[in-house]
Design a protein around this ligand. Sequence first.
Ligand code: NAD
Length: 478
Amino acid sequence: MQMIINGKRTDSSDGKTMNVYNPATNQVIDTVPVATKEDVDYAVDCAVAGQKIWGSVPLYKRGPIVEKYVELVKAHKEELARMESEEVGKTIPEAANEINNVIAFFTGFLEKAKHEYEESYPVGMEPNTEERMQIVIREPVGVIACIIPYNFPVSLFTHKVAPALVAGNSVVVKPASDCPRTLIRLCELLVEAGFPDGTVNIVTGKGSEVGAWLVGNGKLGSVSLTGSTAVGAKIAALAGQNITPVTLELGGNDPFIVCDDADVDMAVHEAVLGRLVNAGQICVASKRFIIHNSVKEEFISKLVEKVSAYVIGDPSDPKTQMGCLINEEAAKKVDRQVKRCVDQGARLLYGGERNGAFYTPTVLVDVTKEMDIMRDEEVFGPVFPIIGFDTVEEAIEIANNTMYGLSSGVCSRDIGKAIKIARRIEAGTVVINGGGRLRSREMPFGGRKKSGIGAEGVSCTLREVTAPKNIILKNILK
Ligand code: NAD
């Protein structure tokens, strides 16, 4: 496939390409260009020009273009879901769910934009101000660099691109190098829907080069990254050189607390649901299982029973419940993390087997709070490290003993107790009687501590992609 720059399919200026693989078979499925710095700078220049046109199109004229895009995505839903499954290794229903998000977010942000009323502020708070009126309008920030990770490429693309475009910005998208094809196709459909030339651009290549050139370009209005904390720190430093604002949705090591009075069957169901979707490659997967000692053995035996019955295999087979990881290197990394945890004293109770990019669900017991896996080590795979606790204080201490603060879960039949725990957990989201893997489309989703800056969701992103401008009408009421 080719990049899209200025509304046209484009190769890189030096003709270089890179392979895209199907991680389940390790077969090459396509090639995409490796953009040069000149290509990236050109894409930003086109986006600057495109934004000037698109930003002056009134919302009532933007609406039909957005609606046409939604119809095109509906018409290509199966093709897009198959494409995503093939390059990411997730099952077709998981991929189809992401395509549904594109439809829902473009529709949702368009509707929300119609109700973003402008504000008028009171005057007369200071002497001699009665003769004026002051209003605040919001304007698009300009060109938004949208940098996307591999794990939910389509959902995270739409979280960024839908509000950016609806609000009158232009975008330069940088997909993850493992899975650029579905996002290129989604950008082709944006062009087909009628977004003006330059409004939608997508550049491909390595993050450390193409991504860094993009973030370092001084003509951006903002950068929106979803990715790891390490890359977030690099991007924040680079963007800071040009005072470019950043929204960062980063990593997590989310706690899942099961109290002594919890419904253990429900807790096990939620644990599995939160950890095995997308083979555990989810920022908000429950990643640390903090279980009251009185129910720990019951939780562990029911968990092992459930995960051992899980159907793992070819992502395109409808019977498959869990596909593979994004590539063999990612599976090897998970394996190394599991082995290190065992070296630190944990016991491997179930799983721990790798086959290419596939990794079995894995249960680790006898985990202690000093181990890396219970603190700052994010494991992006289907691994359940389990630690016991006796008091609520102890559970909260373990839960907060991490640099991350993305999401979390608390299970208890006593809702008052669960809410008290929720208020003390240092995270952007706490799910009561469920795992933290719950990101509704509307809510302001974001992380605390090193899990990010800013929030995304239909309720709030339009404000992140626009900037206020005060217009003061002076000397008019004399
Ligand atoms: P990553 O940080 O390696 O890459 C993310 C994107 O950044 C990719 O497009 C990559 O090419 C690009 N990139 C890499 N280095 C760059 C640089 N120096 N400058 C500019 N761009 C650069 O993340 P990943 O491995 O693709 O995804 C997994 C990570 O993302 C996990 O840590 C996960 O928790 C996190 N994540 C967070 C959320 C959230 O909403 N908080 C959601 C999904 C994933």
